[in-house]
Design a protein around this ligand. Sequence first.
Ligand code: HXC
Length: 300
Amino acid sequence: MDVSKLMFREGLMAGERILVTGGGTGLGREMTEGFLKLGATVYICGRRQNKLDETAQELMALHGGKVVANACDIRDAAAIHAMVDAIWADGGALTGVVNNAAGNFISRTEDLSVNGFNAIADIVMRGTFYVTLDIGKRLIAEKKKASFLSILTTWVWSGSAFVVPSAMSKTAINAMTQSLATEWGRYGLRFNAIAPGLFPTKGMSARLHPGGSGGNSGNAMNPMGRAGEMHELANLAVFLMGPGAEYVNGQTIAIDGAGFQANGGTFYPMLHALGDAEWDQMRNMIKGTNEKDKAERAVG
Ligand code: HXC
């Protein structure tokens, strides 16, 4: 990310202690960099310790400060509890949580198995809730304020063909955001969400555009004619997590160049005409990526 394009003053986030789930890669890494650059201590978790360590080292070498890497699969509530114990032991309560970890792949819904559905729902819906619950309970008990930010998509408003488990799960987290913004507002805990449009990352491209399927049509269809730039996302995340925006609560804010208004932001236009052979091919490519990632987790 081009950190010179961050809109905020140095030190804005000094004293903030933020957990970014899925912070080792993709959008999570970019937001981590933004928070770190502005002075926050950032805890990152994900499934691959080696990837997390690499990211923590690289970001600290670039910006100084402190990034702490903890391998944790958010599908496992006990593992979350242990990780959050370690974070608390390292300096006390968190001031912010970014629910960014996600899993997704394109598939015709009729080709999904129950396991396929659960692979996504367990990360996106259940895992996000487990993280929020574990940390929320501690903050309430300790009477500490904090900001929670969930990374969603505009599908929470429209649904989306060919990514139904993701659309369902992210919609559930949108409901969590709105619900807890009111229920836990009295404790000083606020809940917002960002719905990013196209911000290409490696994990996303491999599972949503395998082999470059769809090409750049997403960009061409966007009113701005391009994808998002990472500093744009980081600026919005810092605004929502940093001091000074405490009255913003219960909002889901799209950052998509008005892609949602133009075309609903869904995969339908790109994918509805594909046939069996193309779906088989994409499924094999996605599964190849999943296996490769799994092998890395085994060594990490
Ligand atoms: C059909 C598939 C499949 C595919 C996996 N499965 N890929 N089914 N089509 N392409 C099925 C498997 O066959 C299996 O079911 C089940 O899903 C679990 O597969 P595993 O490989 O064992 O899963 P696991 O190792 O737990 O990995 C989880 C994952 C994987 C979600 C499948 O993709 C992952 O780890 N993703 C993390 C990174 C990621 O997805 N990034 C993109 C995020 S983009 P069976 O029945 O065979 O046992 C995003 C929103 C983007 O979140 C928004 C853009 C606008």
